[in-house]
Design a protein around this ligand. Structure first.
Ligand code: S3P
Length: 168
């Protein structure tokens, strides 16, 4: 099978779903955020703080380009902002089948309140930040996706089953 790439907002479950899906499909799992952290030997929050968001976005593009060279038959979970760049969307299309895990802002807020690892949601009013970012990003995710699965109030098994059916 082609690569299966998971996209969606922070906290929609890309990493957990990705790991479980990779077991089901018997394909290796890879997480772009984790790979960038390994490469840079820094946490994403440090990269944002010291080098800024644009620098991180360049790392995402560079990493996606390198994936074109070696990635086949993998489940790949991506950072929530990765599809924002047009170049990245083009690279995703070449890389495989893209699955959008769609969640409501309220679901994301419940999962991420108190989270310290998402630089874009720190500070006052995380709920408003989630809402605003989602409004700005929804069409990008929808446009990038080959398959969309809503995740609110669903168990991981239900989500995996839906993805597997859609992939057939
Ligand atoms: C980001 C999402 C994060 C991480 C970074 C920026 C975003 O990944 O890449 O904090 O812009 O939505 P997750 O979606 O895995 O939280």
């Amino acid at each position: 099978m082609n690569n299966v790439i998971l996209i969606g907002f922070m906290g929609c479950g890309k990493t957990t779903v990705g790991i479980k899906l990779s077991y089901r499909l018997r394909m290796p799992f890879l997480d772009t955020d984790k790979e960038i952290e390994k490469e840079q030997r820094k946490q994403i929050s440090d990269i944002f703080e010291k080098e800024g968001e644009d620098f991180f976005r360049d790392l995402e593009t560079g990493y996606l380009q390198s994936l074109q060279l070696f990635s086949k038959n993998q489940v790949i979970s991506t950072g929530g902002g990765l599809p924002l760049r047009e170049e990245n969307r083009r690279l995703l299309k070449q890389l495989g089948i893209t699955v959008y895990l769609k969640a409501k802002p309220g679901t994301i807020y419940e999962r991420l309140k108190g989270d310290k690892n998402r630089p874009l949601l720190q500070g006052k009013n995380p709920e408003e930040k989630i809402q605003a970012l989602m409004v700005a990003r929804e069409s990008v995710y929808a446009e990038t996706a080959d398959i969309t699965v809503t995740v609110d109030d669903k168990s991981f098994s239900e989500i995996i089953l839906e993805i597997e059916e859609a992939l057939q």
